[in-house]
Design a protein around this ligand. Structure first.
Ligand code: DP6
Length: 394
């Protein structure tokens, strides 16, 4: 009997950012956040877990084929041990169950996109780890309960346990027992919503989110003001999503990205995640929105220079056309939705003032990924497993 499970998990990009912890060990955030889950057809982490009593003692983990040390009391270790504890509780109640909680584990994880490209690989990676282990252990816990564990691996990972539109409620309890993710609306709710990822840099970021947010908490006065506005933004964006009110959604998303980066700048020493290309992308979207009379797209930036532009299907061709005009990408568009014929035909809004936007040389934006809102973790078939017979990466 082979005990093995393979699960893939999606990337999520926040519209209301998580930035700051009130408990750094348990990863309890200083504010609630809200994200959109992107389609796994484009971006995903896949993880295989296997339990086998014949494995040498001690768990082992490979990330993109390279072995990583599982540090005792480190984040990955905590996730594995918490899930083991839940499995052990099941085994104690039902003595017929195989004692998977006693067996060493072999875990292989693979991202189909560059790690640390500012594309939240830790979120999809930790979500895939938690989902595959809970599948292996046949745990009865709900995705929200599993999000309590994923959160301790990497805060934003808790939101990747759901598809669609997802809130992470900060919670009140000091042990983090109510700091969990919850689906606000499923991926089918607003099928017109799409995303365009503009890869400005695929280099590893200079300041990690973990270090950056703690520096902000400790030194920024503006950050304390942000905490006052987040609750009303959460309410407003949730109702915008429920009512499919793109205009409100876009305004709140852009405002929160800008507030977040302002807090980074207000940190001592200041943290710069956006660069000149990022700021030109902001300029472009602002000009398009102005010319259109109301927002047709919303930009948001995480802890890096890459832009994610949310827009509706009807506006996507003009957004792609504009980005390609001002930031001729080094690579072809990753276009699995066959949008290019519509891009060729698209025209800019009448009032669009091209002179207000900086035009960059080819390659300032490396690549564009056009994608949709997607589902939560997917359990994969046996054949998709990433481990070979002896429990090492294939
Ligand atoms: C800017 O989840 O990577 O992407 O909890 O320390 O692992 P840790 O941080 P992480 O931070 C993500 C920050 C963000 C905003 C967001 O995704 O909400």
């Amino acid at each position: 009997m082979v005990y093995e499970a393979t699960v893939s998990a999606p990337v999520n990009i926040a519209c209301i950012k998580y930035w700051g912890k009130r408990d750094t060990k348990l990863i309890i955030p200083t504010n609630s956040s809200l994200s959109i889950t992107l389609s796994q057809d484009h971006l995903r982490s896949t993880t295989t877990c296997r339990a086998d009593p014949r494995f040498e003692r001690g768990d082992r983990l490979w990330l993109n084929g390279k072995e990583e040390v599982i540090k005792e009391n480190g984040r990955t270790w905590v996730c594995i041990e918490e899930l083991r504890r839940w499995r052990r509780a099941m085994e104690e109640k039902d003595k017929k169950l195989p004692e998977l909680s006693e067996m060493p584990l072999r875990i292989a994880s693979y991202n189909n996109f560059p790690t640390a490209a500012g594309l939240a690989s830790s979120a999809s990676g930790l979500a895939a780890l938690v989902s595959s282990l809970s599948t292996l252990f046949s745990l009865p816990q709900t995705p929200s309960q599993l999000s309590l564990i994923a959160r301790q691996g990497s805060g934003s990972a808790c939101r990747s346990l759901f598809g669609g539109f997802v809130a992470w409620r900060e919670g009140l309890a000091s042990d983090g027992s109510d700091s969990m993710a919850q689906q606000v609306a499923p991926e089918t709710h607003w099928p017109e919503m799409q995303a365009l990822i503009c890869v400005v840099s695929d280099q590893k970021k200079a300041t990690s989110s973990t270090a950056g947010m703690q520096a902000t908490v400790e030194t920024s006065a503006l950050f304390r003001q942000r905490l006052q506005v987040v609750p009303s933004r959460m309410d407003a964006i949730e109702s915008a999503i429920k009512q499919k009110d793109f205009e409100s959604f876009a305004k709140i998303t852009m405002a929160d990205s800008n507030t977040f980066h302002a807090c980074c700048l207000d940190t001592t020493p200041p943290i710069f995640y956006m660069n000149d290309v990022s700021r030109s992308i902001i300029q472009l979207i602002e000009q398009l929105n102005k010319a259109n009379g109301k927002p047709l797209a919303a930009y948001t930036f995480d802890a890096g220079p890459n832009a994610v532009i949310y827009t509706l299907d009807k506006y996507m061709p003009v957004v792609i056309k504009a980005v390609q005009r001002f930031f001729p990408p080094a690579q072809d568009l990753e276009d699995r939705l066959n949008v290019m014929p519509a891009v060729e035909k698209a025209g800019f809004p009448m009032m669009f003032d091209e002179s207000k936007v900086v035009k960059w040389e080819k390659g300032a934006v490396k690549g564009l990924i056009h994608t949709t809102v997607g589902d939560g973790p997917r359990v994969m078939a046996r054949e998709e497993g990433l481990l070979n017979e002896v429990g090492e990466p294939k």
